[in-house]
Design a protein around this ligand. Structure first.
Ligand code: ZN
Length: 52
């Protein structure tokens, strides 16, 4: 975040990676997308989990 004006300066390096857990098969994976499908079983029944 820019200290002078408070604007958000995103770059490619600042991409936010979300961690998802598939409710169908339990597979956990990372994605940058807001919506995602499980790469393991192709289910879209996935939930975003907080990465600590
Ligand atoms: Zn799955």
């Amino acid at each position: 975040m820019c200290n002078t004006c408070g604007c958000l300066n995103y770059t490619m390096d600042d991409l936010v990676w979300y961690r998802y857990r598939c409710s169908n098969c339990g597979h956990v994976y990372k994605s940058t997308g807001q919506r995602s499908v499980c790469p393991h079983c192709r289910s879209d029944d996935v939930k975003k989990v907080r990465s600590t």
